[in-house]
Structures are given as C-alpha cells and as structure tokens.
Design a protein around this ligand. Sequence first.
Ligand code: PLP
Length: 405
Amino acid sequence: MTHRSAARVASSPVTRAVRAGLGVDTAHRAVMPPIHLSTNFVFDAPGVYAKYDYTRTANPTRDLAAETIAELEGGCGAVITSSGMSAIAVSTRLLSAGDLLLAPRDCYGGSHRLFSAEANRGGYRVEFIDPWESASLELARRLRPRMIWIETPSNPRLRITDIAAWVRVARDIGAICVADNTFLSPVNQRPLEFGADLVVHSTTKFLNGHGDVVGGAVVAADEDLLEEIAWWTNVMGVSGAPFDSYLTLRGMRTLHARSCMHEANALRIVDLLDRSDVVTRVYHPSLPDHPGHDIARRQQTGWGSLVSFELRGGRAAVDAFVDVLEYFALAESLGGVESLVAHPWTMTHASMDEPARRAAGIGEGLLRLSVGIEACEDLEADLKRALSAAERPPARAARVPAAQR
Ligand code: PLP
C-alpha cells in the first residue's frame, strides 16, 4: 500500500491533513510532496491539452493544498487565491449589477470596504444587517438578496450567527449562502455541513498558521459553483502562488494539534480577563453569558482562540496596556502560533467610517487578542502586567490619526 492510498482510506480528518500528498512523488519516491514552482508545463502537441499547462490556471502544488482544504471543510473542491480578500472578491463575482448582498454590520473591515466600494460603483447592492438578531431573518426574506454573507464568530466582536437558520432563509429565497470561516477553521466549525454553499478563508490565519503567508481559499459545496469560482480566479489572475500553497499545506498538517493548544490557552486567558476589574466586557463564545453561547455550542466543535475585550479606561488604557506587552505583538493578523493584539478602532477596522464602526459595536477601548501556542504562564504574566498598566494610564498626548489601511 502506498502512502497515498493509505492517506485516501484514512477516515479521520486529522490523519488526512497530516498525510496530505504523502507519497505522490513517482520520480524519486520522496515522502513529502515536491514543490512545483514551474510557470509552464509542456504541451504534447498543438491542441492537445493536459491537466497542467500554465500555473495561473492550474498547478499541482496548489491543487494539493486546495484538495486538503476541501477535505477539511467537507466540500467538493476548492480554489486557492492570493489572499483572503481575493477569495472574497472572487466569491462576490457571482453577483451581477442590481443583485443584493446582505452582509453583517461587523464583518472584517476589509470585507466591509470591498462590499461598500463595489456597491458605490454599481457592481451590486449591499445592505449591512445584524444577522445575530432573529428579526434580521424576516428582513432578509423581504429584501430577497442574491447572496447572504455570514461571518461567525464576527470580527472583532465575536458575535455568533446561526448558520442553519440563515441557510434555511437562503434556500427559501434562492440566495447563495457564503460563510467566512477564517476565525474558527474547519477544526472548530464546518459551515458546509449546515448547508452553506461556499466557505471562504483567509488562509493567512489558522490554516497556514505561521504568520508567513498571505493567502485565501474558496471551498464549494457543489461542482457548478466550484467551476464558476475557478473560472473567475483564473480570469482575474488571483490564484495563489505555488510556494505559498506549499507553506499552507505544511501548516495544515499541524492545524489540529495547534488548534488544541490555541484553545486551551484562550480559555485560561478568557478566565483571567473575566476576573479583572480593569476589563468591563469580555467577548468569547465560551462564556455562558455570551448571547451566542448556545448557538456556538450547537454549531461549533471548538470555541476558538480569538478573544475581544473592553478596557474600563478607554483609549488611554488601551495605549498603556499595549505599551507594556512583551509577547503579544501589536499587529493586524490572527491565527498564527504567535500571540498578537489588535486595536480594531485604529487597525483592522480603520477603513470603516466612524459611524459604521460605532454601529458595529467597535469602540476605542476594544482590543482583540489572537492567542498563540506559547506557554500559557508566559502569556498570562504578560497580560497581568498590561492590566496593571491599564489601571492607571498616564495622561495621553494628542495623536496623529492612524493611516487608513
Ligand atoms: N476574512 C476575515 C475574517 C479576516 O479577518 C481577514 C483578514 O484579517 C480577511 C478575511 C482577509 O484576509 P487577507 O488579509 O488574507 O486578505
């Protein structure tokens, strides 16, 4: 039995991710799959087409990464794109002028910016709603969107959207249901199992998991959607680079192992923040008083390791808090082995205007942690120091506004 056939019969997604592509090398019998960086593949003759001809269109290394993501999400196939944003842009190519997109008010700031910009130039229409409110389901039936965008847990407030309830609405009105699963990864949530049509990823985050790739993926539930998404990816020229695909494939081999450590650390940190007087609110679906706790328990297989919280002292406390952190780097991304802290007001969501940020529940005192897999004692000590600093923040000097990202 070859490595490859062993991988194919493995029933656990953990085993399949670890062993993806092992033993495919027939030239040298390498255990790990080789990287195919070549731009071109030779034609046998004019008009004779093989599986591979030009890497923008198809590439063996990228295909292996795509197959692995599709297996993890339970889809019929996937495309790998150059970034999470290009995965989102490709997915919204399924909309025509006049079509309505329903999107969450507090989706990722870059998604919000893309949807708003496309709507402004007449690509499609967009309405931002509160999908975690059950009244929004009725509103959607009346508005009859062509596409329903789900991001759960949402960025950065970690609100939970009931995927199955929104899929029912989408089916009734003939809408395409897309779920951005970046925040949880297929280890913790598989939206296609609830009936979503497409799953979108910023593979930059948990799937690659090592903070050294910017990439994206779209996983499709059926062949027709996959074909359309693959066509647009090639036409727009946003397919992912083979080397990035290789790194992402390598990252996915440890996705399950990393996710266990991320979550164990996150739960301890939620507890630490929840007991602090300096913190007025902690947002994490594991907390029983989180409004989406029961839905999360139903549709998620893990709680995830993004944790958001509000500091009592607002912006001055935020500045004092991040200033003393040693392990949590002040940086945009999430889902890597390394712990990060983001200030959504000035960073991830700075491209939304102030009313849009306020409407999404993003204030100046809100911070978002991406809890990494370092020893938790070190992370806890770091946060305790920062909480002490935030207790009595020094008076704040006037600041130059952060550049719009
Ligand atoms: N979706 C979510 C939920 C995100 O948080 C991000 C980036 O932070 C993106 C999509 C965009 O991904 P990328 O930065 O890889 O383009």
